[in-house]
Design a protein around this ligand. Sequence first.
Ligand code: ATP
Ligand code: MG
Length: 389
Amino acid sequence: MLWLALGPFRAMENQVLVIRIKIPNSGAVDWTVHSGPQLLFRDVLDVIGQVLPEATTTAFEYEDEDGDRITVRSDEEMKAMLSYYYSTVMEQQVNGQLIEPLQIFPRACKPPGERNIHGLKVNTRAGPSQHTSPAISDSLPSNSLKKSSAELKKILATGQINEQDIRYRDTLGHGNGGTVYKAYHVPSGKILAVKVILLDITLELQKQIMSELEILYKCDSSYIIGFYGAFFVENRISICTEFMDGGSLDVYRKIPEHVLGRIAVAVVKGLTYLWSLKILHRDVKPSNMLVNTRGQVKLCDFGVSTQLVNSIAKTYVGTNAYMAPERISGEQYGIHSDVWSLGISFMELALGRFPYPQIQKNQGSLMPLQLLQCIVDEHAKTAKRKAST
Ligand code: ATP
Ligand code: MG
């Protein structure tokens, strides 16, 4: 949880930050900053002003991992950019990759013509943050060993992922239906989470599941886990998704209210997005809410493929303790059932224990039906009390 609150700033406080200012049509200028986390938006604009004196630059952009350009216009947005950048640096360090400079793209500036022809070295004023000592050095070659994020997205989103390209590393956890691994995707150099589920089903059903999963390529929300592809090998399906380095919320025990409030906003946005696509989540619970060190919260394991849900349910019998009473009783269910599970999940995260004391969830969240009768009864009692008042 600490990461969520502080971000990766602390760990990077003493690191030198190299900002690569991209000049339209003429390469780039690298700027070395010695105290990156204290850097202010104004400092960056000042340096851009020296690199591009003829242009009036009021904002700049950077690229996120999907290759989308994000605009920075304030100190607040600067912080978000640095937090994102430091988390990618940590990922690169962990993977033993070359640390890439932070690339920024000055916005709405005039073409600068030929610049920095003398290998410019400028010491700018210390600026509002005294810790920064910007010194513009010669531009580094822009060809990079690492593929651009847009390229990665393309590779990962073509549905061409296959077992040969994946190197399984650690086991992230076991669920009721399968095992999730941290894995390395060789062609893209990207770390993935791969969920492997054993399913003894016909080829016909396998095809149906694959086509039902297609909709995941269209899911595009920062509150929903990124989907990279799925494939069957013999009797097991592997589902490849974005790896979330903070894991799932079930391990964080009691979460303070001010943090939980922010998490709740993200989860509700994720659910609203799914509902807008006419997808019910069907398995809302803390272990399906993932976090990363960029402070993002994303939903995973939603029931997009009816056939997959049914096939898993046939193999792994049991009922989920977060299920709404109408589901436990086998009645029809809808959005309100997801909302019930959301409520139970957040009560658990706020209390640090499952809100029904009668239910002991030691072995995952699947329970014998009899044990869950209290959820149905409690609900009935509350309903009766309401009706009689
Ligand atoms: P169920 O099988 O009922 O959904 P579950 O959610 O606990 O239960 P899995 O979905 O198999 O089980 O996940 C097992 C664990 O793997 C999770 O608790 C989570 O900690 C981890 N995990 C799952 N997906 C990811 C991911 N994309 N990134 C990082 N960790 C993940
Ligand atoms: Mg899960």
